[in-house]
Ligand binder design. Structure first.
Ligand SMILES: NC(=O)c1ccc[n+]([C@@H]2O[C@H](COP(=O)([O-])OP(=O)(O)OC[C@H]3O[C@@H](n4cnc5c(N)ncnc54)[C@H](O)[C@@H]3O)[C@@H](O)[C@H]2O)c1
Length: 255
């Protein structure tokens, strides 16, 4: 049997660490050629070195997803290097500012939404432009369980991830008939540097066991558990999956 992403060219954003790095490894193992993007170029290069050891073809592009010209450059670089674009995992994101909504500044709102929501819009726009030229593709956007339900002091993050769900479905409906599938993954809490930096803050002592208890499966998720879902959604095995909200959350949203 062929590997799930055999011969596919895939863009991964937020590839310098966390879920994006795990996705790069999983997609390389599944036979993809990769364009790895992040504004942390050193981190992305470290990911790329591991991907190369797995035998995958790979290019690193320094790109800030909140800047349209850099996202356009990323897609153009992927097509220039590999000749086409078959898939994308739009995963770069930043966490909330942990501020009550009535104290949240416009700058704090923009900081999160410019990356998490506007960044996904720019990625979709340029990836779809490229995919239309070669007859289609598949896109997975990283939303969150917090795109569906909320926690306190994370209004801008919840709004951004809810926006990703709407944007994903809008694109799925608009381009499904042209061979482009678009789905959103909703991770529960995953053990990545984003979460490590949150739970290491003194005001969040005790948060980690509370978070674990919040997942019916009794633990946090691992980056590779999100990566494997993304591999499947980008593969032809998921050929009838379009516009879905795909929870990978240990049951967080089932409670
Ligand atoms: N970790 C979790 O519990 C969790 C849960 C639900 C959703 N998510 C989402 O999963 C995605 C990945 O999160 P993670 O936990 O791996 O985070 P992380 O902080 O470990 O990694 C995020 C990566 O995105 C990159 N990035 C941030 N802003 C960028 C920008 N403007 N342009 C390009 N790259 C940028 C960072 O440099 C980093 O490499 C995010 O969208 C996050 O919101 C995470």
């Amino acid at each position: 049997m062929k590997p799930m992403l055999d011969g596919k060219v895939i863009v991964v954003t937020g590839a310098a660490r966390g879920i994006g790095r795990a996705a790069a490894y999983a997609m390389a193992q599944a036979g993809a050629s990769l364009a790895l993007a992040d504004f942390d170029e050193d981190g992305a290069n470290t990911t790329a070195a591991q991907v190369a050891r797995l035998g995958a073809r790979c290019v690193v592009v320094r790109a800030d997803v909140s800047r349209e010209e850099e996202v356009a450059g990323l897609v153009n670089a992927a097509v220039a290097r590999f000749g086409r674009l078959d898939g994308a995992f739009n995963n770069a994101g930043i966490e909330q500012r942990n501020t009550p909504l009535h104290l949240l500044s416009e700058a704090q709102w923009n900081a999160v939404n410019d990356v998490n929501l506007k960044g996904v819009f720019f990625c979709l726009k340029h990836e779809i432009r490229a995919m239309l030229e070669t007859g289609g593709g598949a896109i997975v956007n990283t939303s969150s369980a917090l795109g569906r339900v909320a926690i306190p002091n994370a209004a801008e993050y919840c709004a951004s991830k809810g926006g990703v769900l709407g944007l994903s479905k809008a694109a799925a409906v608009e381009y499904g008939s042209q061979g482009i599938r678009v789905n959103a993954i909703l991770p529960g809490v995953i053990r990545t540097p984003m979460i490590d930096s949150l739970v290491s803050q003194p005001q969040f002592a005790g948060l980690l066991p509370a978070l674990e208890a919040r997942h019916p499966i009794g633990r946090l998720g691992e980056p590779d558990e999100i990566a494997q879902a993304a591999v499947w959604l980008l593969s032809d095995l998921a050929s009838f999956v379009n516009g879905s909200e795909f929870s990978v959350d240990g049951g967080y949203l089932a409670v």
